[in-house]
Design a protein around this ligand. Sequence first.
Ligand code: ZN
Length: 356
Amino acid sequence: MNDTRDLTKRLAELLHREQGALADFLVALADFDRERRWVELGYTSLFYFLHRELGLSKGAAFYRKTAAELIQRYPEVVEPLREGKLCITSVVELAKVITPENRGEVLPRFFHASKREAKAVAAELRPAEAAPHRDVITVLRQAATAKAVTRVEMATRPAMPGAVVQPDEPSGQVAASPPCPPPSAPLPAVKPDEIEPLTGDLRRFHTTVSKRFLAKLAAARDALSHSHPGADTEAVLEAALDLLLAAKDKKKGLVENPRPSPARPSASPRHIPAEVKRAVWARDGKCCRWPLASGGVCGSTTRLELDHVVPLARGGTSTVSNLRVLCDFHNQLAAKQVFGEPWMSQFTSRSRSPPG
Ligand SMILES: [Zn+2]
C-alpha cells in the first residue's frame, strides 16, 4: 500500500511537471510568434515551423499554434494550462468563442472539459443562427460497379464564419514528379473537406456547397451530355478540373506540344519566353524553392510565381538560371530583402506588383 501511495505521489509530481513544461513551452512559443521569428528561418507560418522544424505532428502543431496565438491575446489562459485545469485540446474550442467582452465568464467554462465537452460548450456559446442547417443528398454506389460514392451536403445557410483553420492533413494522394517536400504555405480560413478512405483507390468526399454550385453542376452535366453521356458527379467535376489545370499549365508555359518560339523574341526584359518558363517549372517541380535555415526548401504548392533571383531592376535577366519558383509569401520576402520594407509598401498598399 505504501508503495502504491509513493508511486501515486511520484506520478502526480511528474504530471505537474509535464503541465508546467507545456505552459512554459507555450509562453516561449507565444513570444517567438509575437516577433515572427519563424520568418527568419524561412517558414511561412508558426504552424509549419512547429511541424517541420520541431518535428511535431500536424495535429500537435495545430494545437500548440492555436494556444500560442490565444496566449498573446488572453494571457490569463496560461495559469489554467499550468495547473492542468485547461486541456490543450479544449484551447481550440475556447479560441472559437472567447472575446474581450466574455473572457472572464467563458474561460472557466472550459476547465476540466474533455474535447467533446469543450465542443459542446463552444456550440452553446455560438449564436444559434450561425449553426449550419444541411440537407443531405446521397448517391449510393452499387457494390458491383466501381463508381465512387458521392455525397453532397447542401447548406441552406452559410457555415459558421471565422472558424479556426484546421491543419491540412495528408491526403494520401501521390505527388507528381519531381517530388516536392510537404507544402508550407498555410491555407486560407476555409472549412476543410472530409475525405474518408474506402478502398485503396476510392475515397468518400464530403463537402458543403451552395445551391448556386448545384445549379452550375447541373448545367455542366447538360453541357457534357454529348461528350460524356451519363456522366456522374465525379466525371463532371474531373472534366472541369482537367480544364482548369490545363489552363493553369498553359499560363506557366507547360503544354504537351509547345509551339516553337517566335523568330523575333520580345524585346521586353519582363517577357519570359515559354521555353524558359517550362524549364523552370519542370526543374523546380511546381513547388516553392525558398531555402529553409534548417535545410530543405519551403515546398509550398499554392500561390506560386516565377521570381527573378537577381531582380530585373538590378540587371537580372529572364533566364532559366536566374529564375525560380517561389510562393507568394517568399516572393514578397525576397523583394523585401532586396528593396527594403518601406520601398515595398508602396506596392502592397496600392495592390501593384513589385518589379520582379
Ligand atoms: Zn515558400
